[in-house]
Design a protein around this ligand. Structure first.
Ligand code: SF4
Length: 122
């Protein structure tokens, strides 16, 4: 069986053709570099994603702080990870890189803030 997907690791967006038999990858074509082959195998056998979301902030100049993960997680854990992260409420001030939730779902990655939220003067 041949599966097709687009490599998303760089702007080249190579069209990959993966020849596979069940869960065994026999060949990857269309990739311009080795990273594309690694991506194709992982995408087929264990797709991973990073996620970006936001959490509530108390007593801040903004009501929300944007958040992302420090690494990728299995694609099928995304919904539960977002739910766990959004259950957190921070109190301002919030710094970029501040850990919002450590070791999300025990997957070995942290959720960190990606924007500053200063404390409100009110
Ligand atoms: S295969 Fe290599 S060159 Fe092509 S999109 Fe992926 S990373 Fe970029």
């Amino acid at each position: 069986m041949i599966k097709e997907l687009t490599c998303i690791l760089c702007p080249n967006g190579c069209d990959l053709k993966i020849t596979c038999e069940g869960r065994s990858v026999e060949n990857v074509a269309g990739n311009r570099c080795a990273r594309g082959e690694d991506y194709a195998v992982q995408e087929l056998l264990s797709p991973q994603r990073n996620i970006a979301t936001s959490v509530l902030v108390k007593n801040g100049t903004l009501p929300l702080a944007s958040v992302r993960l420090t690494g990728t997680i299995p694609k099928d854990s995304i919904f539960d990870a977002v739910k766990a992260i959004q259950a957190v409420t921070l109190t301002a001030p919030v710094a970029i890189g501040q850990i919002v939730l450590a070791n999300v779902l025990g997957l070995g990655v942290d959720a960190i803030a990606t924007r500053v939220v200063d404390a409100s003067c009110l």
